[in-house]
Ligand binder design. Structure first.
Ligand SMILES: [Zn+2]
Length: 475
């Protein structure tokens, strides 16, 4: 994600309430129990669920831009990780009309902010593969975030709609296990009136004419975190091409998109080649971008096809969001406190781009920013910054920390770490302490002091860590 401008968050941020206790599971001989109603994130304990692992979402949606009515059928294919008497999905608002598990009608209730509790007719055994089919409908509503504005399903002035948000988005338009820890493939069929176009993640699988309009099929075969899924409905101008290796590129430009933005996106193959040279092979099955007309407060690294605010169709943002395909998408956070693994790296990618393409001296850039940094700047944390504070210092202090790390461990080790980490954790999740450990192993240095001050601390680093190696202060 990249924010368009610095918005001040209201001072008080509620502390996370740690309530997501796992229920059930227990020993092998225990009776089947309910799956947990949370996935265990310390900041958002109710997001996601436990007791099963989703392999695929197969979502069929009909959407009428005139009435905002959405009719959906979600088929979740999953595997039980414990004997389950019931399990939860997450869904915000909307009306569930029926649920089947393994083709048998299941009971369901709605509880809390977004819990859909499903009780199958037959208990699920640990290890059992199962399907849950949920029919639902209604008018989707965005979740309001004080920092970022609307998250999730949003309406475009053109009459279209789109889904984008972090850390929450998917629950506003489909039932889901809403946690970065459960990645799955994502198949989407969207039926809209003929005059509307549809863009989503992954590869195009064709269109079919129906009585209700045209059905547009998209398939994402790279496992995707729920908030990285998207769909956008508008009167798009599509540009289709391929990367050198045949990977399909689909760009969708909202009516009115500037020639400058289109020219910037035309450089995507060059951007991805550059990023591959730094981060290793492109880890996703498709590429492209979704360029909204709406001036929303952020752009987002939705998988294979970032979605851009109407005010952010520039090359720096394109580099940032595509860097996330490695750092954030393919390798997702284990917990939200690890978000520096996404944002510090995507932000530093734009530094690397400037160094490579504009001959920018990054040491000078670093020294200049350090010279201007206030106490408040240093007080921002890059790890465990607290819920609601994830998208603040990671953009400003984050790239400085990585540039200092580059000097701390040297060019060769830093380059190796950047390039091999995404392959090591491809399609997985990771923590910042794991990254620290990896950088230590590759460099042969104990980096505890460095990480304590730069990543875990909230004060200005001492000269030893502020100016490591050849990064001497400006005199
Ligand atoms: Zn970002």
């Amino acid at each position: 994600m990249s924010r368009n401008k610095r918005w001040r968050r209201p001072a008080a941020v509620a502390a996370a309430v740690l309530t997501g206790l796992a229920i059930g599971g227990g020993t092998a001989s225990a009776a089947p129990g309910p799956g947990s109603d949370g996935a265990g994130d310390g900041y958002y304990p109710q997001d996601g669920n436990g007791g099963y692992d989703v392999a695929d979402y197969n979502l069929t949606v009909g959407y009428d831009p005139a009435t905002h009515q959405l009719d959906g059928v979600q088929v979740v294919t999953a595997r039980a990780e414990q004997d389950l008497s019931s399990f939860n999905l997450d869904l915000s608002g909307l009306t569930v009309t029926s649920v089947k598990v393994n083709d048998l009608t299941a009971k369901f209730t709605r509880t809390g902010e977004h819990e859909l509790v499903i009780t199958p007719a037959r208990t699920l055994s640990r290890g059992q593969k199962f399907t849950a089919e949920i029919a639902y409908n209604g008018v989707p509503k965005a979740i309001n975030d004080p920092l970022l504005g609307a998250n999730g399903w949003q309406y475009a002035a053109s009459g279209g709609a789109f889904a984008a948000g972090e850390p929450k988005s998917a629950t506003t338009w489909y039932p889901v296990n809403d946690t970065p820890r459960d990645k799955a493939t994502f198949h989407l069929a969207v039926t809209v009136p003929d005059e509307w176009g549809v863009i989503a993640n992954g590869r195009e699988e064709g269109t079919t004419k129906t009585e209700a309009g045209t059905t547009h099929r998209w398939a994402e075969s790279t496992p995707v975190v729920p908030y990285m899924t998207t769909v956008a409905i508008d009167k798009w101008e599509f540009h289709r091409s391929q990367l050198a290796d045949g990977t399909p590129v689909v760009d969708a430009f909202a009516p009115g998109t500037s020639a400058t933005t289109k020219a910037a996106e035309a450089r995507l193959p060059e951007v991805l080649d550059f990023l591959s040279s730094k981060f290793g092979p492109y880890p996703v099955d498709a590429a492209g971008g979704i360029f909204l007309a709406e001036p929303i407060g952020f752009s987002l690294e939705t998988l294979s096809r970032p979605i851009y605010s109407g005010r952010a169709g520039n090359l720096q943002t394109i580099v940032h969001e595509n860097a996330h395909q490695w750092y954030g998408d393919s390798v997702a956070v284990q917990s939200w406190k690890d978000v520096c693994l996404n944002e510090c790296f995507a932000s530093y990618a734009t530094w690397l781009w400037s160094e490579y393409n504009e001959n920018q001296n990054l040491d000078d850039r670093y020294r200049s920013q350090v010279a201007q940094a206030s106490d408040q700047f240093w007080a921002g944390k890059l790890y465990d910054m607290g819920p609601g504070n994830e998208f603040t210092s990671v953009y400003s202090k984050g790239p400085l920390a990585l540039h200092a790390l580059r000097h701390q461990i040297g060019e060769a080790a830093f380059g190796k770490v950047l390039k091999t980490w995404p392959t090591l954790h491809r399609n997985g999740n990771a923590t910042l302490p794991e990254f620290q450990n990896y950088a230590s192993v590759v460099s042969g240095q104990n980096l505890q002091g460095f990480f304590d001050t730069w990543f875990y601390g909230n004060t200005k680093p001492s000269a030893q860590y502020l100016y490591p190696g050849s990064l001497t202060p400006r005199t």
